[in-house]
Design a binder for this molecule. Structure first.
Ligand SMILES: N[C@@H](CCC(=O)N[C@@H](CS)C(=O)NCC(=O)O)C(=O)O
Length: 204
């Protein structure tokens, strides 16, 4: 199977970090797609990913899976150990709850800020909107505070153990560098959690 990805872009990183945490990065053939060169907008790549987004996974039977969370779910089922999405009903629900919260209330809000404010994104976000940027920034900063408060009481984001929710948060904190913001340096508990994730080494 082939995984189309863009190194240092957050959604593709979510999948490659997830595979690395499973020790299975070598199970896929990797093909790089440059977003900056707009390679994701070519006809060839749109045949793989009709919405022109990265990552995309193409299975050996030709099936195309193009949402990072769905690709991770596929790998979770293919490579069950180590478990990263929950082993029983309660864990599955708690991990999904935090993963969705991070994705929708932090990642997407931050991405809205970045896409609408950064000059590098002007060719991709047409037209950029200062109002959308401001709303995204406010929501992302608020969620960073909420997560910091949660991490004051918890070693991991969900279910008291390492999971996809931690991976999604880790890639989001890393992504924030594009706006010269490091939420893990601004918030003590988030910082302690971030350092523990780096030591864990799943991302490198
Ligand atoms: N919901 C999708 C989002 C994918 C996505 O937005 N990927 C970005 C890279 S991080 C992309 O392809 N951007 C290209 C563009 O906006 O033109 C997923 O989770 O896979």
């Amino acid at each position: 199977m082939k995984l189309y990805h863009t190194p240092n872009a957050p959604n593709p990183d979510r999948v490659t970090f997830f595979l690395r945490a499973k020790g299975k990065l070598d199970a896929v053939e990797l093909e790089e797609v440059s977003i900056m060169k707009q390679e994701h907008k070519t006809k060839e790549y749109r045949d793989v990913s009709p919405f022109a987004q990265v990552p995309a996974l193409v299975l050996d039977d030709g099936t195309k899976i193009t949402e990072s969370r769905a690709i991770c779910t596929y790998f979770e089922n293919l490579f069950p150990e180590p478990n990263l999405m929950g082993s029983d009903a309660k864990e599955k629900a708690l991990i999904e709850m935090w993963d969705r919260r991070v994705e929708m209330m932090f990642f997407v809000q931050f991405a809205t800020w970045f896409r609408n404010a950064h000059e590098m994104m002007a060719p991709l976000e047409v037209p950029q909107s200062a109002e959308s940027a401001a709303k995204g920034e406010k929501a992302a900063r608020k969620m960073a505070q909420r997560i910091d408060k949660h991490l004051a009481q918890h070693e991991f984001l969900a279910a008291d153990r390492f999971s996809i929710a931690d991976i999604t948060l880790f890639i989001t904190c890393g992504f924030c560098r594009v706006m010269k913001w490091a939420p893990h340096k601004e918030h003590e508990n988030l910082g302690r959690w971030y350092d523990a994730m780096k030591v864990r080494g799943f991302a490198s």
